[in-house]
Design a protein around this ligand. Structure first.
Ligand SMILES: Cc1ncc(COP(=O)(O)O)c(C=O)c1O
Length: 395
């Protein structure tokens, strides 16, 4: 029973690890229970009520329910829940909005996702990187406006994979170039205090549904703009998806019900925890970036670990202590294989009920783990056994 054994090993390991990968999360028990269902065998090409297959009566009902919940929870006019991941949502959007074939993003080493660069290039775009201001740890607005004026791209992608402070959506939108905000990382945080890009002037929001938004792996496109949304919706099918992994919509709807009730509380707790962890690491002498700006306003913390052996060494050593995070490029890097930094995300541990004391303890464990990973691993396993229930859920 090889497969069952592999799953058992994975579950034992990751349920006894401090999981700090900023792009992951865990679903509630109820969302997991409804994940395996008959919809995973079925097709429902097209849109509810207008399908190319028979047998889709309940697929229509489920997709409509998830769509309506998205609109309600995020206060938006239109939602497309069919993209099966954040990249798929980006592909639908980029393809639908392509004109001359020029796109601007925040730059790979400053946090942009590979789909903004390599993915866009596959779709025939020439890509431009906006200048980045290291003092504010954000897009350099004046420089960006000049670049946009000169090159007149089809649109700008704001939002990123390394994302510490809200990008200047309002200022960039006012230039007249449409903004697509990639909220893959911060979708769940929009339910707290992280600004809603659509209210700030962005035309479209794309996202994953499994990072700070703690649902099943999937994607979504949200917009208030009738014409733009229609173009994207009519691109998702037939150009980007055929089946759209309908079974996941059950867990998506359950998570939306949970976030309708607890989203604000969970989002605020997550950002508070990120700040606490950043402060605690800083107090232990770690070079947490953006100190002058208070380190972070998201679920993420970024640390320059060149003085501790570099991102690769630190991430690999911490993994030996069951502390799981990733190496990450920082704005001055050009080698993604051995970058200066690490990226930490606290959303999953927040969802398991951790708070200030736990964040301070995690900082201490990280600090000691770099010297004695195997010893600290025992402490991590004992600590993590106490946090096995998913909070902010109806279970
Ligand atoms: C900003 C951003 N966009 C898109 C994606 C891709 O998301 P997915 O893995 O859901 O395709 C990521 C992944 O981490 C991301 O960070």
């Amino acid at each position: 029973m090889k497969v069952e054994e592999i799953i058992k090993k994975q579950e034992e390991w990751r349920s006894h690890s401090i999981n700090l990968i900023a792009s992951e999360n865990v679903m509630s028990d109820r969302a997991r229970r409804v994940y395996v269902n008959d919809f995973m065998h079925r097709y429902a090409e097209g849109k509810p009520g207008k399908r190319y297959y028979q047998g889709t009566r309940y697929a229509d009902e489920l997709e409509e329910y998830a769509t309506e919940l998205f609109k309600e929870v995020f206060g938006v006019k239109y939602a497309d829940v069919r993209p099966i991941s954040g990249v798929t949502a980006n592909f639908s959007t980029f393809f639908a909005l392509k004109r001359k074939g020029i796109l601007a993003h925040v730059g790979l080493s400053s946090g942009a996702h590979i789909s903004h660069e390599l993915g866009a290039q596959v779709l025939g775009f020439r890509t431009l990187s906006l200048p980045f201001d290291l003092e504010n740890w954000n897009v350099d607005v004046d420089g960006a406006l000049k670049l946009l004026e000169k090159n007149q791209p089809d649109f700008v992608v704001l939002g990123a994979s390394l994302y510490l402070f809200p990008h200047p959506v309002r200022e960039i939108s006012e230039s007249g170039v449409p903004v697509v905000h990639d909220s893959a990382h911060v979708l769940g945080l929009h339910l707290g205090e992280f600004p809603d890009p659509l209210k700030e002037g962005a035309t479209v929001l794309t996202a994953s549904t499994h990072k700070t938004f703690p649902g099943p792996q999937g994607g979504v496109v949200l917009s208030d703009d009738d014409g733009t949304f229609k173009k994207i919706y009519n691109t998702t099918f037939p150009y980007i998806v055929s089946n759209h992994h309908i079974h996941r919509l059950a867990s998506l709807a359950v998570t939306l019900e949970e976030m309708r009730r607890w989203g604000g509380e969970y989002a605020r707790a997550t950002v508070r925890n990120a700040k606490t962890l950043a402060e605690a690491l800083h107090a232990l002498g770690w070079k947490v970036v953006a100190e002058e700006r208070g380190f972070t306003e998201t679920h993420q913390v970024a640390v320059d670990v060149r003085d501790r052996g570099g991102g690769k060494h630190v991430a690999e050593t911490l993994e030996r202590a069951n502390i799981i995070l990733n190496k990450n490029m920082l704005p001055w890097d050009d080698n993604p294989k051995d970058p200066s930094g690490i990226r930490i995300g606290v959303q999953e541990m927040t969802r398991l009920g951790m708070g200030k004391g736990e964040m301070e303890y995690i900082a201490e464990l990280m600090d000691r783990a770099l010297k004695k990973p195997e010893e600290v691993k025992r402490e991590v396993i004992a600590f993590r056994s106490e946090y096995q229930c998913v909070r902010f859920s109806f279970d």
